[in-house]
Design a protein around this ligand. Structure first.
Ligand code: ZN
Ligand code: ZN
Ligand code: ZN
Length: 261
């Protein structure tokens, strides 16, 4: 429906994806589609267009599956391979947009994109109707300073991902916080009064760079969003088994899950 805001999970898996190559565990061999997870990204439909958060390796497959022909802007949480290396797939978007695709990220991420995709910044031919390289236009964003995309006010929230700094994003009463092992108290304040919180919950065993399921549940009980979804899930979390034990209003996300907001 035009005018509606819809949040869609394009991928909900950890960095190696689920099933993991060569693994014969219960989750990796499951027929339940909720146990089949592309690397993490989300699409947000707003009245003026579509926003994509992160460009994981399966981006093309994710967009085809979700029937999303192009997006108007990309926000990047950080530069790890599982969130970035599908960036080349955006090559086809400028054809629809009539110009470069805006990429919102911090300086660190921009520098890494310029290094990793160096070919995209060497002698581009804007006049060509066929884009052989992604046409990107960076928009620098700063932690804690709201910015506007497609008429929507978005707040970039600093999160700790082991020693890395990652951005979470809040759009109205919905926040997306992937790849996080600690939320500084100033950032916790930016996550109050949410209708929906999406939070990293890798697995049950401790990990230096990600919340465990218990740590994520602790943060959720502190922030008290109306609804929480867990993402960046490893094969340790078999969907039906884990979901059955979760408290009310907390749900494991799965690929293709969407909700209006
Ligand atoms: Zn990740
Ligand atoms: Zn497995
Ligand atoms: Zn990461």
């Amino acid at each position: 429906m035009p005018g509606e805001r819809i949040f869609t999970f394009l991928g909900t898996g950890t960095s190696v994806g689920v099933p993991m190559i060569g693994c014969g565990c219960q989750t990796c061999t499951s027929n339940d589609p909720r146990n089949q997870r592309y690397r993490c990204s989300v699409a947000i439909q707003v009245p003026q267009g579509r926003i994509l958060i992160d460009t994981p390796p399966e981006l093309r497959l994710q967009l085809l599956r979700a029937k999303i022909p192009f997006v108007h802007a990309v926000l990047l949480t950080h530069y790890h391979a599982d969130h970035l290396f599908g960036l080349d797939d955006v090559r086809v978007f400028p054809h629809h947009l009539g110009g470069p695709l805006p990429i919102y990220c911090n300086m660190e991420t921009e520098q890494m994109v310029r290094r990793t995709f160096a070919y995209a910044f060497q002698g581009r031919d804007y006049k060509s109707p066929y884009n052989f390289v992604p046409l990107l236009e960076f928009a620098r964003i700063l932690e804690g300073e709201p910015f506007e995309v497609l008429g929507e006010r978005i707040l970039p929230i600093p999160l700790d991902h082991a020693q890395f700094k990652v951005l979470g994003f809040r759009l109205g009463s919905v926040a997306y916080c992937t790849d996080v092992s600690y939320i500084p108290s100033s950032s916790m304040n930016m996550l109050m009064d949410l209708d929906v919180l999406v939070l990293d919950a890798l697995r049950t065993k401790p990990h230096p760079a990600h919340f465990t399921l218990d740590q994520a549940l602790e943060v959720i009980s502190e922030l008290r969003p109306k609804q929480a979804f867990l993402t960046h899930l490893s094969h340790d979390l078999e969907y039906a088994e884990v979901q059955a034990k979760l408290p009310p209003r907390v749900q494991l996300a799965y690929d293709t899950l969407s909700f209006p907001f």
